[in-house]
Design a protein around this ligand. Structure first.
Ligand SMILES: *[C@@H]1O[C@H](CO)[C@@H](O)[C@H](O)[C@H]1NC(C)=O
Ligand SMILES: *[C@@H]1O[C@H](CO)[C@@H](O)[C@H](O)[C@H]1NC(C)=O
Ligand SMILES: *[C@@H]1O[C@H](CO)[C@@H](O)[C@H](O)[C@H]1NC(C)=O
Ligand SMILES: *[C@@H]1O[C@H](CO)[C@@H](O)[C@H](O)[C@H]1NC(C)=O
Ligand SMILES: *[C@@H]1O[C@H](CO)[C@@H](O)[C@H](O)[C@H]1NC(C)=O
Ligand SMILES: *[C@@H]1O[C@H](CO)[C@@H](O)[C@H](O)[C@H]1NC(C)=O
Ligand SMILES: *[C@@H]1O[C@H](CO)[C@@H](O)[C@H](O)[C@H]1NC(C)=O
Ligand SMILES: *[C@@H]1O[C@H](CO)[C@@H](O)[C@H](O)[C@H]1NC(C)=O
Ligand SMILES: *[C@@H]1O[C@H](CO)[C@@H](O)[C@H](O)[C@H]1NC(C)=O
Ligand SMILES: *[C@@H]1O[C@H](CO)[C@@H](O)[C@H](O)[C@H]1NC(C)=O
Ligand SMILES: *[C@@H]1O[C@H](CO)[C@@H](O)[C@H](O)[C@H]1NC(C)=O
Ligand SMILES: *[C@@H]1O[C@H](CO)[C@@H](O)[C@H](O)[C@H]1NC(C)=O
Length: 617
């Protein structure tokens, strides 16, 4: 007992010394080298962003409460941040990888993310969050498995398959950026990629010869967990597998009520797990299809991804037409009803053994209400911009979280309006003042003619309602107060609203944005700042030791990666017209080695302590 107390104390001291405390949960290490490669997924050679030489990047596969350490090396020619979409970063928005919380990693630099996937399970992904890079790759899947002691609400699948789908342009991301900067629309994508590959040649007219396509080999009679993520730019995709039912089981960290779908609409930024049983006769291979939705499908035929499901006993190639998409041209409620049918399994365990539904969100009183409305792009100061509630967001040169920490004034305004502004739109760094432990209701009102999806960092929110028309107070009568799904990305139909509820229990600065990359790039986002008024170190982890400094705090940058000590870094490579993030060239090279070795010593110590402590419990 005395010994364990000593050890706890010693652990506490190490935690204090190094400003990080992760207790005895295992560490998992990854190295991510981001670089350009030339690839031709649609038959046209183009510049693509690879991780460790691969496109898409590797899957991160960890278990609840693991400490994940990812050393990211930026071998691109522009700033970089990796954002872990759907990973809640509890108590540590420092690791979220967006400009509101992190200084960008300059070219030739590396930066190590370190975070715990606390109390989470499910299917997520990561993306590069700056400079339109996502349109060029740099993404991959992120799986959090349950701990063995916690049962999952279905039989253990016979295999696990990851499918990244997304619309794709054969233009590189700098060219796409230029198009947007010039006030133009990106137009129809050139196709849809499945795991970085072009479509199977299901039709000689529509698909050129010689494209590499994705094949998944499966065993007859087995059941697979198929995780599907839409990592594309802006197109909603209908996902289906010929002749096979998709039994929906999980979305973005919540187990759903299990239901069969013949196809499901997957919007940009959304993730789903399906259980699929290989119950067909294998007379041929089967098509896996992801086709464009909510556009004129007869014009957008080329925007279709096709992969192959190949049974080991298959007797031939897939032939004939693709399975039909939903035929709801004149029924705009079909897709919305499908979205409403996705519900939380309140009796299933989540990351913890207690039922998901034991957090009774329907009986909690709302403390603050925000109506966020987007409109079609507008022109502000001669530039095309997108808005939320009349405000087009511009990232500050000093990240918000860092500005708070160092009490830098004037970086942002805490004045985001609770209702959409009625006057002319303006460009601002205006963010939402969230109340710690408050319960926030956000109504997302889509006044555009395009489908939107919204994502919030740091949280899973409850999707309690959606409908066409303008939201009013009376709309609350239609809310699902019992089994609305908890997730991190929701769709908002054109001319419709979606209502979400958020329990503001995670201290930090959290990005709330559209997932449509063109709209995000042009300003359709904000942040929710959640501060614990009580001065304590318990509700938020300290700033990481390796934090980068930029903007007003550039002078605090003490070290520089050894790989570039002699190289002059161009601090103004970021070509976004409204992003003023700049980077000072660090001067103090000598400190680098000393800090690096201190970090190494710290990790070694921590791992020894972590290894020893459980023995004495
Ligand atoms: C990106 O695309 C533009 C326009 O097509 C082209 O001029 C440029 O060379 C491309 N850059 C790279 C690195 O491929
Ligand atoms: C993830 O790792 C577990 C072992 O921890 C393994 O059983 C599982 O197959 C892996 N999943 C994927 C998709 O690699
Ligand atoms: C950069 O990578 C080295 C290992 O190659 C590591 O020791 C160092 O901590 C990393 N730098 C940062 C800022 O994470
Ligand atoms: C919900 O979860 C429970 C508990 O794991 C499970 O037994 C049940 O089959 C699930 N219900 C549905 C409809 O998915
Ligand atoms: C291929 O697609 C074209 C254009 O949509 C269509 O006219 C043609 O019938 C299709 N061919 C087959 C074999 O389905
Ligand atoms: C889903 O479909 C499969 C057949 O593919 C069937 O065996 C299963 O019972 C269905 N499950 C539900 C919940 O409808
Ligand atoms: C296999 O299934 C297909 C589609 O259901 C059917 O058309 C075909 O006749 C079946 N073949 C055999 C050999 O049972
Ligand atoms: C889709 O485009 C086709 C071809 O231009 C046109 O004939 C059709 O009316 C369009 N459909 C809708 C719903 O706009
Ligand atoms: C919610 O508000 C109502 C009326 O204002 C109050 O009676 C009730 O106790 C509150 N519920 C909770 C859980 O605070
Ligand atoms: C932000 O909200 C807190 C309550 O959560 C309040 O005390 C504070 O005055 C607000 N700040 C601003 C600038 O409105
Ligand atoms: C946008 O808002 C205006 C004014 O409230 C309304 O008349 C129009 O129908 C809305 N359009 C859409 C697509 O929601
Ligand atoms: C929190 O920790 C920092 C060191 O990481 C220390 O300087 C500060 O005093 C602590 N604050 C409180 C309220 O304990």
């Amino acid at each position: 007992m005395a010994l364990s107390r000593v050890l706890s104390l010693c652990l506490a001291h190490i935690c204090l010394f190094a400003s990080v405390c992760f207790a005895a949960d295992p560490f998992v290490f990854y190295n991510f080298d981001l670089s350009y490669i030339t690839a031709s997924p649609l038959g046209v050679p183009q510049q693509v962003i690879a991780i460790n030489g691969k496109f898409p990047g590797p899957t991160i596969n960890v278990t609840t409460n693991n400490n994940v350490v990812v050393n990211v090396r930026n071998k691109l020619d522009e700033n970089l941040l990796i954002h872990w979409s759907g990973i809640q970063q509890r108590r540590s928005s420092w690791q979220d990888g967006v400009l509101g919380t992190n200084c960008p990693i300059p070219p030739k630099w590396n930066w190590t993310y370190q975070f715990q996937v606390k109390d989470q399970i499910g299917s997520f992904f990561y993306i590069p969050s700056l400079n339109f890079q996502r349109a060029a790759g740099g993404f991959g899947s992120f799986i959090i498995n349950n701990r063995p002691i916690i049962s999952i609400p279905f039989a253990t699948p016979d295999g696990d398959i990851t499918i990244l789908i997304g619309d794709w342009y054969t233009q590189n991301h700098t060219a796409l950026r230029k198009t947007l900067d010039a006030g133009k629309d990106l137009g129809m994508p050139n196709g849809v990629l499945i795991n970085g590959k072009g479509p199977y040649r299901y039709n000689d007219t529509l698909v050129p010869d010689g494209l590499d396509y994705e094949t998944f080999e499966v065993h007859p009679g087995k059941t697979y967990r198929i995780r599907v993520h839409n990592v594309g730019v802006s197109t909603s995709l209908n996902f289906r597998i010929q002749n096979h039912n998709l039994l929906l089981a999980e979305t973005e960290g919540s187990y759903t009520v299990q239901q069969n779908y013949t196809s499901l609409d997957i919007h940009v930024g959304q993730s789903y797990s399906f259980l699929v049983t290989m119950d067909q006769n294998a007379s041929t291979d089967y098509y896996i299809v992801a086709s464009a939705r909510f556009v004129n499908e007869s014009i957008w035929k080329r925007v279709t991804g096709v992969a192959i499901l190949h049974y080991t006993n298959s007797k031939g190639k897939a032939t004939g037409p693709l399975p039909d998409p939903p035929s709801d041209e004149y029924d705009k409620t079909f897709s919305m009803n499908q979205a409403r049918s996705i519900r939380w399994n309140v009796s299933a365990s989540g990351a913890r053994p207690n039922p998901q539904g034991s957090f009774k969100y329907g009986s909690i009183n709302v403390t603050e209400v925000y109506v966020l409305k987007n409109k079609p792009p507008v022109t502000i100061n001669g530039k095309q911009r997108t808005t939320l509630s009349g405000i087009s967001f511009v990232n500050p040169s000093t990240p918000i979280r860092l500005a708070d920490k160092y009490k830098v004034k004037g970086v942002y305004k805490l004045d985001f309006p609770t209702r959409p502004l009625t006057g002319p739109s303006r460009i601002e760094t205006s963010i939402i003042n969230g109340t710690y432990r408050g319960f926030m209701e956000v109504i997302l009102q889509n006044n555009d003619t395009k489908m939107q999806s919204y994502h919030m960092s740091g949280y899973a929110f409850f999707v309690v309602g959606m409908d066409y028309g303008e939201w009013t107070n009376n709309s609350r009568g239609t809310y699902n107060k019992w089994d609305g799904i908890a997730r991190s990305t929701t769709q908002v139909y054109p001319g419709a609203w979606t209502a979400i509820l958020i329990s503001l229990d995670n201290v930090g600065v959290w990005n709330l944005r559209t997932e449509n990359l063109d709209s995000w790039y042009l300003g359709q986002e904000t942040y929710v700042r959640v501060v614990n008024p009580e001065a304590t170190n318990k509700t938020e982890l300290p700033m990481p030791e390796n934090a980068l400094f930029c903007g007003a705090l550039s002078k605090l940058q003490k070290y520089v990666p050894s790989s570039i000590s002699a190289v002059i870094v161009n601090p103004f490579l970021n070509s976004h017209p409204f992003s003023s993030v700049s980077f000072f060239r660090p001067q103090d090279v000598s400190l680098a080695t000393s800090i690096n070795s201190r970090l190494k010593l710290f990790f070694t110590l921590l791992m020894i302590v972590c290894a020893v402590i459980p023995t004495f419990h």
